[in-house]
Design a protein around this ligand. Sequence first.
Ligand SMILES: *Cc1c(COP(=O)(O)O)cnc(C)c1O
Length: 493
Amino acid sequence: MKNNPLNINDSKRRLSMDRSVAGRIGTTLPKLDVPIQANPPQELLRESLEMPELSESEIVRYLTQISTFNFSIDHNFYPLGSCTMKYNPKVNDDIAALPGFSAIHPMQEESTVQGALKLMHDLQNILAEITGMAGTSLAPMAGAEGELAGMLMTRAYHQANGDRKRTKILVPDSAHGTNPASAVMAGFEVISLNTDSNGNTDIEGLKYVLSDDIAGFMLTQPSTLGLFDTNILEVVNMVRDAGGIIYGDGANLNALVGKLKPGQLGFDILHSNLHKTFTQPHGGGGPGAGAVMVSDRILPFLPTPVIDRKTDKSNAEFFTFMSPEKTIGKMGAFHGNFGALVRAYAYIRTLGKQGVPKVSEDAVINANYIRSQLKGVFDLPYDRTCMHEVVFSARNLKRDNGITALDVSKRLIDYGIHPPTMYFPLIVEEALMIEPTETESKETIDEFIDVMKIIAREAAEDPSLLREAPHNTPNTRLDEALAAREPDLRWNK
Ligand SMILES: *Cc1c(COP(=O)(O)O)cnc(C)c1O
């Protein structure tokens, strides 16, 4: 059974849909209580509609079975670096589902949704406080949209100063791919900056490119190498002195929350993924929330709407949508993904002032524990204390056994663990980027460490086991390019 270590019963893979029997019906429709309507013209009708015919119990089993083929954070450990797949407390969902939050409409009169507006207003303030910034817009609906908002604000800021020759944005070579893409979408030219041998921004390289045509610098702190860029103050001062804006990619802030405020380091704009740092469940592309926080000088440019608190003549407070004076405009319809905002708010309020710093303490200690235990098993390209994630390289397995980061990742699936992020950051060969997050227990992390050691041993003793993995999933190794370009999503073959 070596190819099937978890001994999953094959019959489990037999989907009920294959059991269709002509004429079988899964539900009984109620008696018709409306007038019978004529059919559409004959030429628009099909001869027959080929659909599976199943009983209710069979369709329930089918849907339940395929739901277990999806991996989620509620199934098992999900150490996907740069994605912060932490546990999402269920109480957040309960709160977001309260009718006062879930059964309202964006076109409703403000007076009828004061609670929702107050929540957004408070969340704006809380996020500004946590990040050390002057104001927040909750409008962007993804991290990448927050970046785009940030780049559009950078452009608007320089243009408002009549400074039109600033057309270039600096982006380190370790950055998330959305960073250069967002800068280009906002009309900038991107200049890539090298990372030095220590994993920091290369100061000499920065000196070389800084000039009066630089609009800003997009910086991820901690970097996507999982490292705190210890050149940060020098970098911020150099870019600011050259007239540039410091943009922070705070998609994953769980190494910093409660410990360090990017605003105090001199950042002008920061986005944070509420669906990574602040427990909105994510995966499969959404729904997300990429709030943007800004310094004083960028405040007038925030995307609209933001929520303003006012008081009426009798001194009672009320909340209202407002448009900042020189706003870059809307990022989408209405005002962001409200359900995601409720969850983030519930999460932060549940933690409170004492709980928030614990998040970063646990995130950092968990990642460093993995670093210390797997060092020597996998190569560690930047061997220093990490932040919330650690980037290993499988190049030692490649050199010794011809085993790649992909093979290791696929084998992890056999052990019921989601693979880490791989081949990113691009500057690390055979990268395995592991983020345990703050919500995992020592026991779970120990289990992962054991499995990673077993896999490294298997790579030496039985490399084909890894090359052909995964072995116990409904589909084994796919041609991923083909699967993406020509997805076969039909229930029948
Ligand atoms: C996830 C991530 C993004 C993009 O966020 P989306 O919500 O997927 O658009 C940007 N930067 C970093 C560092 C990230 O981890």
